[in-house]
Design a protein around this ligand. Structure first.
Ligand code: SAH
Length: 346
């Protein structure tokens, strides 16, 4: 049994079946989520007999660190091997006072974005809530004792809203005072905008920040770049986003990966202005991080500036996202592909 899969109340009932008092559950959680314990033997205020019983029943870790890289800018990336041999990536980003973890929700991805390394082989499976939590805890253990986790971004491999059922309990653990204690407002969920998932997320009633991967301002181009869009369409994406805003009061961000000569032309910028104007939003422009074997390029600085000028003149609040960890292939899915044994599907 995976302990990180387990809610505080189910841990309590397991403990009471074993004749242990209620407060033990909180003690164990404090060791896992706050005190960065690695094993039950580190939990020094538990009776020895309980530590043995716990170790017999529960596994804290179900993944193995297959690779650990650290970039000069302090970004660290883990490639985790899951119990079934599948691999996922997760990243720790250090930026001034911020300590952000970027986590995956699926092995692979089914959205098919043509420029992204994660989805090239489709989706293999959803991660469990425990596997999502485990990424966060593994990354937190890379922090120095005086460093604290401040933000969580669900921007790793996979489409989070295709796995809401496992994502929400994992984020409950992250935002729980007894868990990692991160405020929901400091959790960002990045999605292509699946309407059913947006509705479920809005219904959860949490103050999560929503980031929507737009990448194109019309359906013809978006169908090409984000193929799942053929089943959805921009209109449904935007109405789902508007509903999320109405229900949560949280202003969404739109993400736009700039691909040279594909979606970075003045006309693209003007279409984007027409699509977003009147919406209380922030546009995150992300210069493409090239993926080996794919034909897309990042625009030069001039084209990026030209694009930004047009959208800003159009009244859109836009910023460029700085690249972190480029030296360690920190863009989604790149490490997993690289680390795959030759000739096999990762
Ligand atoms: N499936 C979700 C979350 C994962 S990716 C989504 O689509 O939002 C997080 C963001 O990184 C998305 O906006 C995605 O389009 C973008 N992205 C993927 N590959 C990239 C690359 N090589 N360079 C820059 N951004 C990339």
């Amino acid at each position: 049994m995976h302990l990180l899969e387990c809610s505080l109340s189910s841990l309590r009932s397991w403990l009471s079946q074993h004749g242990e008092p209620d407060f033990r559950a909180r003690q164990i959680w404090r060791w896992l989520y706050a005190a960065r314990a690695e094993r039950f033997d580190d939990m020094t205020d538990l009776p020895q007999s309980l530590r043995v019983a716990l170790a017999e029943h529960w596994q804290i870790w179900t993944t193995r660190v297959a690779m650990h890289r650290r970039a000069p800018d302090g970004t660290e990336k883990l490639l985790l091997e899951l119990h079934d041999g599948q691999r996922v990536e997760c990243v720790l980003i250090r930026q001034r006072q911020r300590r952000t973890v970027c986590i995956s929700t699926q092995v692979g991805c089914g959205m098919g974005c043509v420029f992204c390394a994660s989805g090239l082989d489709g989706v293999v499976r959803n991660l469990t809530a425990g596997e999502i939590v485990e990424q966060m805890l593994r990354l937190v253990r890379l922090l120095d004792p005086n460093e604290r986790l401040t933000h969580i971004v669900v921007m790793g491999m996979g489409e989070p809203l295709a796995n809401v059922a496992q994502l929400l309990p994992a984020l409950d653990r992250a935002t729980d005072e007894q868990g990692l204690g991160i405020s929901a407002r400091r959790v960002t969920i990045s999605t292509v905008g699946l309407p059913a998932g947006l509705r479920k997320l809005a219904a959860a009633g949490k103050q999560y920040h929503l980031a929507v991967s737009l990448h194109a301002a019309d359906d013809v181009l978006r169908n090409r770049l984000v193929p799942i869009n053929r089943n959805i369409g921009l209109r449904a994406v935007l109405s789902g986003v508007d509903e999320f805003f109405r229900r949560t009061g949280r202003r969404p961000t739109f993400e736009y990966v700039l691909l040279a000569d594909v979606n970075d032309r003045p006309d693209d910028a003007r279409r984007l202005v027409r699509l977003l104007s009147g919406r209380p939003t922030l546009l995150n422009v992300i210069p493409y991080n090239p993926v080996a074997g794919l034909p897309y390029r990042s625009p030069d600085r001039q084209s990026i500036e030209r694009f930004l000028t047009i959208v800003r003149r159009g009244g859109i609040n836009a910023q460029v996202r700085r690249r972190k960890g480029a030296e360690i292939d920190a863009a989604c899915g790149q490490l997993r592909r690289m680390a795959a044994p030759a000739g096999s599907t990762p």
